[in-house]
Design a protein around this ligand. Structure first.
Ligand code: SF4
Length: 456
């Protein structure tokens, strides 16, 4: 892959509009409260799937990172987690019987900070999940870790419980950047923890990095990238910092003058992609990097890469059940979400025996468009005949009002629209969200609203 082709600055500036990350179609903005728990149960009954991916949300964090846009609760009181885990256990016990004919292929703990939990709390939760659900022998079990508040022996503990993948929030290793975002952490400890986790047996370690943070320069970020290389991690997620202080109050602590300009941000992104590809990582989708022998890389090569609420994944065939406050599920032809506020979540579990607050039952049109968008996001390619055969449509007739929206990308040499297929050129990879928006029937409603982050 020729890396230089990703960076036509004129084109990137031309299309640097805000757009959804398409972890689902329709996006979560279309969820509504007319979707009830009965609809959720109907979706399970109608789903032909018997494989499940479980997502467990642990909302607590010790301190607030000022760039954060996640749903979290900042506290230093561990007993808050005890209370939460009681209600979560109740939710698990209520939901699990609905999935008795499913096998869990994937379990992911996210947050917040799952590593906020004590060893005992982690053990108890894993054991409960294993008791209530049927787990596959080839279970992929992953957890997000904040390296600031953990001890070295967390690695052994997680591994002994069956976790085989770790994801560490690193973001940036420069002290000035870390101080500005209120996330100071020890580079030495992270390196030691990664080595230790590998020695313990973890075969897949991911780190998250962010570009566009306050005070970041090419020089400082180059050092962060070099460390990632030295640590020899398997995957790297590279996110663009989306500064949306009107939506996320914590971001108001980050002064505009500290942030890189669009041009500087572009240079940081370019540096990161060039450096990581230079280190031998494959560029996956629009924001992930993986070693060539990693499953994500293999999935991209053989066209089976998938995308869900957790980003790019190899487990496309599974229904997804979200557990815990604010978590999202994708069951059969539906999406649904739990209540976002902690107290309301507790109340709902007590009063209603579930915490779902909204969702959406997909229309046939959503399913067809969702598949086209997913194919583009994952494979940069749509085989029109496959869509025609699967949904009994004529692609060009069905999308007669949408295809003209591709014209601008075609004129700029970014997309080819042939009778049999649509192909996105590699040089348009960073603009893939904007290209997908051409097939998004809900987009007109949201145009001119800053509901989504920008491409760069
Ligand atoms: S970035 Fe992660 S650790 Fe920091 S406040 Fe947000 S969820 Fe918590």
């Amino acid at each position: 892959m020729q890396v230089s082709q990703f960076f036509d600055e004129t084109l990137l500036n031309k299309y640097n509009a805000s757009g959804p990350r398409y972890t689902s179609y329709p996006t979560a903005l279309e969820f509504h409260d007319n979707f009830t728990h009965d609809d959720f149960i109907k979706a399970i009954q109608n789903s032909k799937n018997h494989e499940l991916s479980l997502y467990v949300h642990i909302p607590f964090c010790h301190t607030l990172c000022y760039y954060c846009g996640c749903n979290k609760v900042i506290t230093r009181h561990r007993d808050k987690a005890d209370t939460y885990l009681e209600y979560l256990a109740e939710e698990i016990s209520l939901q699990a019987p609905l999935f008795s004919d499913y096998t869990v292929k994937q379990l992911h703990w996210g947050g917040g900070t799952p590593s906020f939990l004590t060893h005992q709390q982690i053990t108890k939760l894993v054991n409960l999940l294993k008791e209530k659900f049927t787990f596959s022998d080839e279970l992929e079990m992953s957890i997000e870790i904040d390296p600031r508040e953990i001890e070295m022996d967390l690695a052994e503990h997680l591994y002994s419980l069956g976790f085989n993948r770790l994801s560490l929030g690193v973001q940036d290793l420069d002290l000035k950047v870390q101080q500005a975002i209120n996330r100071v952490q020890s580079t030495e400890f992270i390196g030691d923890f990664i080595s230790h986790a590998k020695a313990v047996g973890f075969t897949s370690i991911n780190i998250d990095l962010i570009y566009g943070l306050p005070h970041q320069t090419l020089e400082t970020f180059a050092k962060t990238l070099l460390k990632a290389h030295e640590w020899d991690v398997d995957r790297i997620s590279l996110f663009s910092y989306a500064h949306m202080p009107s939506l996320f109050a914590a971001q108001r602590k980050l002064r505009d003058e500290w942030l890189p300009s669009t041009q500087q941000k572009f240079a940081l992104m370019k540096l990161a992609i060039e450096t990581l590809c230079g280190f031998g990582y494959d560029f996956i989708g629009m924001d992930h990097f993986a070693k060539p022998n990693d499953e994500l890389s293999k999935a991209q090569r053989n066209g089976t890469l998938h995308r869900n609420f957790q980003g790019y994944t190899t487990k496309g065939g599974c229904d997804l059940l979200g557990l815990g406050v604010s978590s999202i599920s994708a069951i059969g032809d539906s999406f649904s979400q739990n209540i976002k506020e902690l107290k309301a979540y507790y109340q709902a579990i007590t009063d209603k025996q579930h915490a779902q607050i909204k969702g959406v039952a997909l229309f046939d049109d959503d399913i067809i468009r969702g598949e086209v968008i997913r194919e583009l996001m994952c494979n940069l390619y749509v085989d029109k005949q496959v869509i025609n055969d699967k949904y009994n449509i004529n692609f060009d007739n069905y999308f007669v009002d949408d295809l003209p929206l591709l014209e601008t990308f075609i004129d700029d040499g970014l997309v080819e629209n042939h009778a049999q297929y649509i192909k996105v050129e590699q040089k348009a990879r960073l603009l893939i969200r904007n290209i997908c928006m051409s097939f998004d029937a809900y987009m007109k409603k949201h145009i001119n609203q800053q509901r989504f982050s920008r491409v760069i």
